[in-house]
Design a binder for this molecule. Structure first.
Ligand code: G3I
Length: 359
């Protein structure tokens, strides 16, 4: 069979399987994968959603909190630390034998108002607070949280350069990033420490800025252990560009996490409410194209990132019912591997089959 016949057979069988199979019968992603497979979740609805839990336990061996572990949740007011929900997540993941990934220690967008206010008046205080916050948090969950997004989205939305409007950058300068890694490493030397960002797989100016920082950290012994590619991609994000950046990132020898994967059809300008509705309905042809794109992403990951550096693939929500995309960009899209009725889509089979393939 030539390449296009193989692809045709793959797509037809994927489609037939999708039409016939119930969610409970599908193969488990984690069972066929050589690396951890995860999804972000919102713990409160999740805890009361038995069908969702069943699917989550069937497929995933890694758990990322969508919001529950961010600074505005942990320390919403001065001198207050709320650990209860994280403790519950730790119990849940332990009980279900899942890796807990910590998202995220320092993110401009998750910094509570009171920290911003105080930082403006007292830059020295911000450094002290960052150290206390990170060390309290990371040491409390030492050995329980496997890895952390230490700093999230420290570079500009588009193009080169640091995100200068971040309160952390404005107050402490670019050294806030390396300080965060050092504080986290002191608190748990075994934790896998990531720098995490979006669009780095396709915006090469942004990617180059990040790589300059990462390579400088490596030269100077700043304890970074991984790069997180959020990987919120679109159907037209070129595979060659993704492969090129993943390969360059993997050449650092660091762990590579596809940390927030989803694939949309429509487009947006990266800002809240900035969606552009190009497609109003999901056709069968679009379902098949998405299956292929998910399969290609897995293939790129497996063929460009050496096994020892494959930290895993995490979806940013795994179903179209709960996806952040529609809420955030004010769009109607279908970015996930499960649909709005919690049934596997062709995208699921594309992803599954690609995990099982030999490259
Ligand atoms: O918990 C409250 C709830 O009590 C209230 O009823 C509800 C009403 O709006 O809000 C709930 O909080 C929301 C929270 O998500 C809980 O899910 C916040 O308003 C909302 O702003 C928050 O949004 C999250 C956002 O990060 C900011 O933390 C999204 O769910 C989450 O998907 C998004 O995730 C980010 C990653 O961390 C970084 N990369 C991009 C990604 C998407 O924006």
């Amino acid at each position: 069979m030539n390449k296009s016949t193989v692809l045709f057979v793959f797509l037809i069988s994927t489609f037939l399987l999708t039409a016939q199979t119930q969610q409970t019968e599908v193969e488990s992603l984690k069972k066929v994968s050589d690396f951890p497979i995860g999804s972000s979740l919102r713990f409160i609805p999740f805890m009361n959603d038995a069908p969702l839990q069943k699917i989550q336990q069937h497929h995933f061996n890694s758990y990322t909190a969508g919001s529950d572990m961010k600074m505005y949740q942990i320390s919403p007011r001065p001198n207050v630390y709320y650990w209860d929900r994280v403790d519950s997540i730790v119990s849940y993941t332990k009980k279900n034998n899942q890796r807990l990934f910590g998202h995220t220690l320092i993110w401009h967008s998750a910094t509570p108002w009171w920290v911003e206010k105080k930082a403006k008046k007292d830059p020295v205080w911000l450094d002290k607070f960052m150290k206390e916050y990170i060390q309290k948090y990371v040491s409390r969950y030492k050995g329980k949280v496997h890895g952390w997004d230490v700093v999230n989205e420290g570079f500009n939305t588009k193009g080169a350069g640091y995100r200068t409007e971040s309160i952390w950058y404005k107050t402490m300068g670019e050294t806030y990033i390396e300080k965060a890694f050092r504080y986290a490493h002191e608190a748990d030397p075994d934790a896998v420490l990531f720098y995490n960002d979006f669009n780095i797989e396709r915006d090469t100016l942004k990617f180059n800025s990040m790589m300059k920082m990462v390579e400088d950290f490596q030269r100077r012994g700043v304890p970074i252990s991984g790069i997180g590619f959020q990987m919120h991609i679109r159907m037209d994000t070129p595979n060659e560009v993704i492969a090129h950046t993943l390969k360059r990132a993997a050449d650092t020898g660091l762990q590579i996490h596809l940390s927030e994967v989803d694939i949309i059809f429509n487009t947006h300008d990266d800002s809240k409410g900035g969606g552009v509705q190009l497609y109003n309905e999901l056709t069968d042809a679009m379902r098949m194209d998405q299956a292929k794109k998910y399969a290609e992403l897995v293939e790129i990951y497996q063929t460009t990132v050496p096994k020892a550096q494959q930290y895993g693939i995490t979806f940013w929500g795994f179903n179209d019912r709960d996806t952040w995309i529609n809420r955030f960009f004010k769009l109607k899209d279908w970015p996930c591997i499960y649909d709005e009725n919690l049934k596997p889509k062709p995208a699921f089979y594309g992803f599954l089959n690609a995990l099982k393939a030999d490259y």
